[in-house]
Design a protein around this ligand. Structure first.
Ligand code: NOJ
Length: 534
């Protein structure tokens, strides 16, 4: 491969920003677009290629932006359209692409479309949402449950009908079977493409269509008493319907009519085959495989998740990988924190950034930010609140970015909307000049990935069939062979080294010795070697 076929969404690395928590420029305690623009140099210096912004559209914030009340405007809490235009221009000047979050499975109940739709049974938008009469023989139209708990149907007094909401009742689902609705949504997508947006992350991308007959989902057996209703159903009728592919085809054709646009879908599924079925030509550019993200700290578990995903994604498609996002505790916390948290964070970074597939980083993971324990009174997220005390997944990953050790970690001069994590030592300022910091390790990895065709595009070959302490794999193209060795273990461990002259390109333990046939790895060592071609 040559540099001329470098495609940002395929060869690059994408950095997720949760705008409420990145940088606050006006002291209201909530991050905003001018705040993000002021930190673009930091993001560009890190060495990533693109930024995915969690939603910034007008929203009453019942689900913190994932409930959109105007698809074509920016919420005043984040700024104005002019601030967004400025952000795009400044990002582009630094070689950074911008992806927006496209939340088009549902809107806010305060969107003008829903207000009109619910005003009567006979208005031009009456069928833009999913409405159903009260059944004679049961309480709700069917057994579908809300992903946030409780039934997915809400009674509307005016229409004397139920409407369907896959998430909160303040997030009614759009009816993608309405041609007018579909046209209106595509109009808004085009609106942002014309303003220079480079791509989209599509929320709940396998949910747009529900079974036309609204059939009941069959039950699913589980021994876990803490699951919510959606996890006790086989979700065969409220998502993953075949009509989706026609929408993807139209979406892809629209993106392809512009130059170098990209997309990534959030698929509600841990099944790599199902997720992969949505990616490729005429479909999405990429989709998240959350199966990888939820692995325990064991090399075999990760390796199996990678090989399953690698083989599920078709040859005309491209995988991507993510370890943390705004919906789950950060991976450093999930992997156990403790005295070796930073060491494990480096191993995880080396894994994520050396796989065959586009890595997505979640803001703050480059400094190994933890997910702090939050008190009940600190919670803002409706999902966390509803399921307290069993569920503390989302707010803890959304706490403000830790820039330095000033009050509120330099995030705001006001009162932050969520508490700042207490561990200031991990702030960016403290790590900037420390050659051994997690931050500088991320920077070195990002640089090496960018420079190495093997790491960007090479085939993935695991070298140990059933790894117990360390994972070893090759990333190979015709021109380059790279070897990645990752110790998941707190003691020295020996790993088999294939024949050849290996040169150390990057390591958490740069002094280590490479002897023929064996690589000795220190506890939690991450080392990347390159084969000298003769
Ligand atoms: C997935 C998003 O990541 C999550 O934050 C949101 O609550 C739901 N979709 C509903 O939009």
């Amino acid at each position: 491969m040559t540099n001329s076929d470098y495609l940002w969404w395929r060869d690059g690395v994408i950095y997720q920003i949760y705008p409420r928590s990145f940088m606050d420029s006006n002291g209201d305690g909530v991050g905003d677009l001018p705040g993000i623009t002021s930190k673009l140099d930091y993001v560009a210096d890190l060495g990533v290629d693109a930024i995915w912004l969690s939603p910034i559209n007008v929203s009453p914030m019942y689900d913190f932006g994932y409930d959109i009340a105007d698809y074509e405007d920016i919420d005043p809490i984040f700024g104005a359209r002019a601030d967004f235009d400025h952000l795009i221009a400044e990002a582009h000047q630094r070689g950074l692409k911008i992806m927006m979050d496209l939340v088009i499975n549902h809107s806010s109940h305060l969107h003008a479309w829903f207000k009109e739709s619910r005003s009567s049974r006979h208005n031009p938008k009456a069928d833009w949402y999913i409405w159903k009469d009260k059944p004679a023989d049961r309480k709700y139209p069917n057994n579908w449950a809300s992903a946030f708990g409780g039934p997915a149907w809400e009674w509307d007094e005016t229409r004397q009908q139920f409407y369907y909401h896959m998430f909160l009742k303040e997030q009614p689902d759009l009816n993608w079977r309405s041609p007018d609705l579909r046209r209106a949504v595509f109009g808004s997508i085009k609106f942002w493409l014309d303003r220079g947006v480079d791509g989209f992350r599509l929320d709940v991308v396998n949910g747009y269509f529900k079974d036309a007959q609204l059939r009941d989902n069959p039950p699913r057996f589980t021994l876990n008493p803490f699951t919510i209703e959606t996890q006790r159903q086989q979700r065969i009728y409220d998502c993953d319907q075949p009509e989706l592919f026609d929408v993807y085809r139209e979406f892809r054709a629209l993106l392809d009519s512009y130059s170098e646009r990209g997309s990534v879908g959030e698929v509600m599924s841990d099944d790599p085959k199902r997720v992969a079925s949505y990616v490729g030509k005429d479909k999405l550019h990429m989709a998240f495989n959350f199966g990888f993200m939820h692995q325990p700290w064991r090399p075999l578990a990760f390796q199996q998740a990678i090989t399953a995903w690698d083989s599920a994604v078709a040859s005309d498609a491209w995988p991507c990988y993510v370890l943390s996002n705004h919906d789950n505790p950060r991976h450093v916390t999930r992997h156990g924190e403790g005295p070796f948290a930073d060491e494990r964070a480096k191993v995880a970074a080396a894994l994520l950034l050396t796989l065959r597939g586009t890595p997505f980083l979640y803001m703050g993971e480059e400094i190994a930010m933890r997910s702090p324990r939050l008190a009940r009174n600190d919670l803002a997220d409706p999902y966390d609140k509803q399921l307290w005390p069993f569920h503390k997944r989302r707010d803890s990953s959304r706490t403000p970015m830790q820039w330095d050790d000033s009050p509120n970690a330099g995030f705001t001069s006001g009162a932050p909307w969520l508490p700042v994590g207490s561990n200031n030592k991990i702030g960016i300022a403290a790590q900037q000049d420390d050659p051994n910091s997690v931050l500088n390790f991320y920077r070195a990895l990002l640089k090496l990935r960018r420079e190495s065709p093997g790491l960007r595009r090479g085939k993935f070959h695991p070298l140990i069939e059933k790894p117990v302490t360390a994972m070893l794999y090759l990333r190979e193209t015709e021109e380059q062979t790279m070897l990645v060795a990752l110790s998941f273990f707190g003691h020295d461990t020996l790993a088999p080294l294939p024949a050849g002259q290996w040169q150390r390109r990057l390591s958490t333990h740069p002094g280590g010795v490479i002897s023929a046939g064996t690589l000795t790895l220190a506890p939690f060592e991450a080392t990347i070697l390159e084969l000298n071609k003769v």
